[in-house]
Ligand binder design. Structure first.
Ligand code: GAP
Length: 535
């Protein structure tokens, strides 16, 4: 599995993703999609929209405003309870989500170094003493063991344990090295080892004020999910589109959460994009529809290239279910930091429509012509992150290979996801006819696909550049294509496949048809038809 630093560095180097406001030192956890990133993320969103809206009879789209009436968030339960417990370090002031604290300590620099030291010494007390006097001072200056080594070590020395540290003793070890002066154990800060405060809830809602003078302005929130825009438009869409149950509404848009511990690149940020569906159904059919959506969404990621060993479904335990959910299943991806949520698929029952009906005083129900009954529909919600999906597709596509003794970095994107579909490259940039033909080909191809022309390096380097950004096909124009004094033009170009690096030669007149076949993933069929020319 590739580490995240490599992905971050490739994204910056090749113009996929930059840190926000970088020239001012950067804004933590906010990211800007560059020229290739915006094409790539748009492709993720376009495929999601096409497959979930355009290819289905039972779905329609929506684009609701980000700012909504403040009562929406009271009705949805967000104002009262959309919070995470957090804890702050009394020494360095860093904040952490309480439920992420153990993981943050386990992965912290100081704990990594302590683990290494413990692994190299038989006697834990000796290991702790050496570490506290050395690396501990630099990495965890506020840890009780480092600040008051005599006190802490005397406790350990009493035990004189021959000690091999194992993960199951993590809690025990922490209790022994992080405690208040009266000996009461406390959680240590992942950053400096200091004492963490008692946890308290922090609202994830980002407040904003609509109006010129703050004192008299309307206080509202930047939406923390796109879902509520769908619920409050249920009746508008029902009346205007004349849809019958079951039917769904889809929306892609920005959402904002004041996350306590954003991080892992674009995985957890305060501003992100969601791709959400609210699928309205007859109560009693909810379990069946829920399972259908779980299967469909799980298959969707694999359809566009996620390898099956890197994706799984995880059923929520009863005690982690959101208060409104009857059942929830997460689609998880094996990100570089471990298995993490890509999408949640929840059975939200009739909770939201009933809440909005109650708070707004408007009836939000449905009359079923067949059963002649009126009821509030149930809702199945497949809720995905556009940024997380894009990150998963990027990580999964990343490959390093050795080709003729050199490292080749290649993003093996599904052609539909690739930001550039075709690169047109002249073999000799000093040959005017080659350049002219290549530029004209590029202009023609651009009418259907995102194609680029590049003549700024040798052909080998141009291929590598395109491999690194995941361009599925390069089209090369050479002397044979345009002819010279020795031979007449053959009017053929070479197409090179990114993944196999195989090449076929096709007449320019057939190029568009062949590209259309290739971009739907038929390299071997096309290669078989035209014959591979060289590799
Ligand atoms: N309407 C339901 C809902 O919002 P969620 O599990 O909180 O559910 C759905 O969010 C998806 O939105 C997540 O699976 C994830 O892909 C994305 N998401 C949530 N918080 C995010 C964050 N802070 N940064 C990036 N993506 C996030």
């Amino acid at each position: 599995m590739v580490d995240m630093d490599k992905i971050v560095s490739l994204c910056k180097r090749r113009g996929f993703i930059f840190q926000s406001s970088e020239i001012y030192g950067g804004l933590g956890s906010a990211w800007d999609y560059g020229p290739l990133g915006v094409e790539f993320k748009n492709n993720v969103k376009r495929l999601w929209w096409r497959d979930n809206v355009h290819l289905r009879d039972d779905m329609v789209g929506l684009d609701a405003a980000i700012s909504m009436h403040p009562r929406v968030w009271e009705a949805s339960g967000h104002v009262a309870s959309f919070s995470d417990p957090f804890t702050g370090c009394l020494s360095c002031g860093r904040y952490y989500r309480e439920d992420h604290l153990s993981e943050a300590i386990w992965n912290s620099k100081w704990f990594e170094s302590l683990k290494r030291r413990l692994a190299n010494e038989k006697d834990a007390a000796v290991a702790l003493e050496k570490w506290a006097a050395g690396d501990g001072k630099k990495l965890a200056p506020s840890l009780a063991l480092v600040e008051r080594p005599e006190v802490i070590l005397s406790l350990w020395k009493e035990k004189r344990l021959a000690y091999r540290f194992v993960q199951s003793e993590f809690g025990e070890l922490l209790d022994g090295i992080a405690c208040a002066p009266d000996g009461t154990p406390h959680s240590p800060c992942p950053n400096c080892g200091g004492q963490m405060s008692e946890p308290r809830p922090a609202s994830l809602m980002l407040e904003t004020f609509l109006g010129p003078v703050k004192e008299t302005a309307t206080k509202t929130y930047l939406r923390p999910e796109t879902a509520q825009g769908i619920f409050v438009n249920f009746d508008n869409v029902l009346q205007s589109s004349r849809k019958k149950l079951p039917f769904g509404m889809a929306q892609i848009g920005k959402a904002f959460r004041n996350e306590i511990t954003p991080g892992n690149f674009t995985f957890r940020t305060r501003e992100f994009e969601q791709m959400e569906i609210e699928f309205f159904i007859i109560p009693g059919t909810d379990e069946e529809w829920h399972q259908r959506w779980i299967d469909e969404r799980f298959a969707w990621y694999q359809r566009y290239g996620i390898r099956k060993e890197n994706i799984r479904l995880r059923e929520h335990e009863k005690d982690e279910l959101a208060f409104y959910a009857k059942r929830c299943v997460d689609v998880e991806y094996l990100f570089p930091m471990g298995w993490s949520e890509l999408e949640g698929i929840a059975n939200r029952t009739d909770y939201d429509l009933k809440q909005h009906s109650h708070f707004s005083g408007k009836t939000l129900d449905y009359f079923d012509d067949e059963s002649k009954q009126r009821f509030v529909p149930y809702v199945i919600e497949p809720s995905a992150g556009a940024d997380r999906s894009a990150l998963a597709f990027l990580v999964d596509a990343y490959h390093e290979e050795e080709v003729r003794g050199e490292k080749r970095v290649v993003l093996k994107f599904h052609p539909e996801l690739a930001p550039i579909k075709i690169a047109v490259l002249p073999l000799l940039k000093k040959n005017e006819r080659i350049v002219e033909t290549a530029k004209k080909l590029c202009v023609d191809l651009r009418k259907r696909w995102h194609a680029v022309y590049d003549d700024t390096a040798s052909i080998g380097r141009l291929y590598r550049r395109q491999d690194e950004v995941g361009t599925p096909f390069c089209v090369t124009v050479d002397v044979q294509t345009v002819g010279d004094e020795k031979a007449a033009a053959d009017d053929k170009v070479t197409i090179r496949d990114r993944d196999t690096m195989e090449q076929v030669r096709v007449p320019i007149g057939n190029l568009e048809t062949v590209m259309a076949e290739l971009l739907t993933g038929q390299w071997s069929a096309v290669a078989g038809q035209h014959g591979i020319v060289k590799n």
